[in-house]
Design a protein around this ligand. Structure first.
Ligand code: 3UK
Length: 534
């Protein structure tokens, strides 16, 4: 489609234009921002990015907590046709730097909490020139970090978001639905995470499908997402969907725990609640009182399958329906989901209106019979255009109109789709991708580790976790705690294996490749005998 279209105009300007500028768009800590105020924050971000020399289609990296600066920079950049790249705040400086380097971003915006990562980020991303720091008054002390300071040795120039106060109206870039919109990074089995490129039109496509038909969102809804905005799941839940109908997003910059959820929900009273399956289990364990959720009309989980037992216990305790649905960073949001009033526990539900799905066998033939496994493909308007600078991966995943999800599913005779596993060795921990080869690489860097293999395993309540098998060099003795500390020091904490099993050898093929499936099979008995969680 070649008519003018800008996702930010649709999500924000539209509400101001029709006279709803005084509706509350964002609730965060002590701040309430109306749509009119949000629009002026977009102008402020646009003017700042323009003063820093940014042009259309350049990338700006965001390392931001869920705070008002996230929508301001994400949507402000897109309003100017600049491409925001929302990055995980759970990564190390080295991991972030490598991604920022891959994205070719010259400017990054960081919450003050991540200021300490800048030296390592800039070492790994030599082309990064400018960092804008948000919230520095709160954490760096009165006066903030000052304007245009250079940090020693890094060649980076720092700006304080509080010093960039030009709120004069900024123009909307002449974008179209197909124009480069924003990128998210997704981990794969090997190599650096891949930049998943989304168009301007893709945000509205997720709102028109899942949000409208499954969640049936209204302007009165209040959205709380435990999944942060830098995840595709969180971005839809707490930005696209509320703004698609002029409703309110509740943002909490804190690292999510059952306690922070309790505090935030008691204060802000959401009607829609989004979380990973693991968080539902943690909320049950923490025995959060039922009244905390009394404003919630509907919950949704994604990231990994919601085990039927957790679904049952959670619904019995808290009394609102929870919909499991499968989405992906490449599809941008959920494309198969359960429905309010039509929940089939232990399945991802039915295809969402607006998407087509199919199952293919290994020779590429469609599986039409019920209860037979097949590789899941999906087609719809929100699918990414490809991976940045990763031709082979793009060609393998984006097959014309169809997206290869990498998941093995079956369709029951009633039409519900059930997840059976995936075609790669990738592991989901807390709904977040962990690459076994990456973790193995870190384990192998330990001087006393000879061999390592990491596989996914399911805990008693059905959630996925990462387990490492380790062979030590002869004569060496290393404890689980020492290896855990080594992992924490050398990669993001969420990636570390939760169990470490010492082994005398690893099963291999004739060509020396580790047979992970054998390890997965060995796991249930091994776990009971040898290993306490670390
Ligand atoms: C797995 C599920 C079974 C599946 C995501 C909602 O998870 C999201 O995106 P990612 O790119 O991972 C995608 C992969 O995760 N998965 C996700 N949900 C389910 N497996 N049941 C589920 N309900 O392997 C999928 O291919 O991290 C989820 C919205 C946006 C998202 N990006």
């Amino acid at each position: 489609m070649s008519t003018a279209y800008n996702a930010t105009s649709w999500l924000v300007d539209r509400h101001v234009l029709v006279g709803n500028g005084d509706h509350v768009a964002i609730c965060a800590d002590d701040v309430e921002q109306t749509y009119a105020e949000l629009q002026r924050e977009l102008f402020r971000a646009q003017n700042a990015l323009s003063q820093l020399g940014m042009r259309r289609e350049e990338r700006v990296a965001l390392v931001l907590n869920d705070e008002p600066a996230f929508p301001a920079f994400f949507l402000g950049a897109m309003r100017s046709g600049i491409v925001p790249v929302a990055l995980s705040t759970m990564l190390t400086g080295e991991e972030l730097g490598a991604i920022i380097n891959d994205a070719g971003a010259r400017i990054a915006v960081l919450s003050a909490a991540y200021l300490r990562l800048l030296p390592s980020i800039s070492r790994c991303a030599p082309e990064l020139e400018v960092a804008v720091i948000t919230g520095s008054q709160d954490s760096v002390g009165a006066g903030g970090i000052g304007e245009g300071n250079v940090i020693d040795g890094s060649g980076l120039t720092l700006f304080d978001w509080d010093d960039l106060q030009d709120r004069s109206e900024a123009p909307v870039a002449p974008t179209k639905r197909d124009s480069p919109g924003f990128w998210l990074y997704s981990s794969g089995t090997t190599g650096l995470p891949k930049g998943v490129m989304h168009r301007h039109g893709n945000l509205e496509a997720t709102a028109a499908t899942y949000a409208a038909s499954v969640l049936q969102v209204t302007p009165e809804d209040r959205f709380y997402s435990a999944a942060k905005l830098f995840f595709a799941f969180g971005l839809g839940n707490a930005l696209t969907f509320p703004f698609s109908v002029g409703a309110t997003a509740i943002l909490d910059p804190a690292r999510v725990t059952p306690k922070t959820i309790e505090a935030c929900l008691e204060r802000h009273r959401p009607t829609l609640f989004f979380a990973s399956p693991g968080l539902l289990a943690a909320i049950l364990d923490a025995n959060i009182p039922q009244e905390v959720f009394s404003s919630v009309r509907l919950g949704a989980t994604a990231g990994e399958a919601l085990p039927a037992g957790i679904l049952r216990r959670f619904t019995e305790r808290y009394g609102f329906p929870v919909l499991d649905g499968i989405g992906s960073t490449e599809a941008l949001h959920i494309f198969i989901s359960n429905r309010p009033g039509n929940i089939c526990p232990g399945t991802s539900g039915l295809p969402v209106e607006g998407y087509q799905v199919r199952l293919l066998d290994d020779s590429g033939e469609e599986v039409t019979e019920a209860d037979k496994p097949g590789n899941l493909q999906v087609r719809g308007d929100s699918i990414a255009t490809g991976y940045w600078c990763r031709t082979d991966a793009t060609r393998a995943t984006f097959a014309g109109e169809w997206l290869n999800t990498g998941d093995v599913y079956l369709r029951t005779s009633e039409g519900y789709y059930q997840c059976l596993g995936r075609t790669s060795d990738m592991i989901k921990v807390g709904g977040i991708w962990v690459s076994p080869t990456e973790v193995e690489g870190v384990l192998l860097e330990h001087p006393d580790v000879l061999e390592a293999a990491v596989v996914g395993s399911h805990t008693e309540d059905g959630l996925e976790t990462a387990v490492a098998f380790v062979v030590l060099s002869s004569g060496k003795t290393v404890t689980q705690a020492e290896l855990d500390a080594h992992c924490r020091d050398n990669m993001a904490a969420f990636k570390r294996p939760r169990h470490i099993i010492f082994s005398s050898e690893l099963p291999k093929t004739a060509t020396g490749k580790i047979q992970r499936y054998q390890l997965r099979e060995r796991l249930s008995s091994e776990l009971a005998q040898h290993s306490a969680p670390v």
